[in-house]
Design a protein around this ligand. Sequence first.
Ligand SMILES: NC(=O)c1ccc[n+]([C@@H]2O[C@H](COP(=O)([O-])OP(=O)(O)OC[C@H]3O[C@@H](n4cnc5c(N)ncnc54)[C@H](OP(=O)(O)O)[C@@H]3O)[C@@H](O)[C@H]2O)c1
Length: 282
Amino acid sequence: MSNKVALVTGCSTGVGLHAAIRLGQSGYTVIATMRDPGKQQALRDEAVNAGVSLEVTPLDVCSQASIDAAVAGVMARHGRIDLLVNNAGAGFLGSVEQTSDDDLRRTMETNFFGVWNLTKAVLPHMRAAGSGRIISVTSVGGLLGQPFNEAYCAAKFAVEGMMEGLAPLTRQFGVDICLVEPGPINTEFVASVRATSQASLAAMSEPYGTLAQRYMGSTGDVFATYGQTGADIADIIAALAAADSPDFRTITSDFAKQMVASKVVDPTGNSVIKIFAERLKG
Ligand SMILES: NC(=O)c1ccc[n+]([C@@H]2O[C@H](COP(=O)([O-])OP(=O)(O)OC[C@H]3O[C@@H](n4cnc5c(N)ncnc54)[C@H](OP(=O)(O)O)[C@@H]3O)[C@@H](O)[C@H]2O)c1
């Protein structure tokens, strides 16, 4: 493969950082984007270790001006975008009553509107080329609603609905759409969720405080036991990028598949509610 161009969001850490490296190793010209290019050193160090060169470009998915500038810059420099990886995302902990309007809007802006707006900016170029691939990292939380994650799950569900609606259309002009749905991944994610959720967690009065403690306690340390690495998910993204006919949906681990199975086999939806309600009983 020669000069195919990949644009990846959220490359300062975690999945995005590793996806940028893996796609570089696969031969892509990688535009590794991040909202704060001051954070690029870790990516640069990994790139040196891996022997790949990358272009680092600022892109805040919450800013239309930033999206437009990044896409226009890539088109001016390279004339094509063959692969878009919508990876940037951020969680939020708090149930509906503790989620401020700002928290909700920030969570939706980052995880959903960012994906919508960047996809909308890139799609005309792929359609004109008659080819392209868009891989979006959602979550098991895009398939299963989970207590204290209502805003995050709402945003990831929204991406799922958008992409499931769009995929049959873009197939008509040679653009494949894929969803990557991880369970727990050991990245910076949990630390940044805790940082942005401090106020909502501190303000959690009864009955939510006890319910939250029971819920967190009942899930055990799923990150230590079942967590994947950013590199694991990057390998899956690189495989989807290379596949002749990629699957629409990739649930990334057996643990995640097991979680989702309860939803798939019970069209009433009662099984999923029961599982999480049991966890809240402690
Ligand atoms: N970790 C998990 O357990 C888990 C599970 C399921 C799904 N996911 C999903 O996997 C994806 C990657 O997350 P990760 O695990 O690699 O977490 P991470 O290490 O926290 O990385 C998230 C990345 O998104 C970036 N980002 C946040 N807001 C942004 C914005 N407005 N514009 C551009 N970039 C922004 C962050 O940049 P900054 O460094 O500037 O904050 C960071 O580079 C996310 O979509 C996440 O929802 C994660």
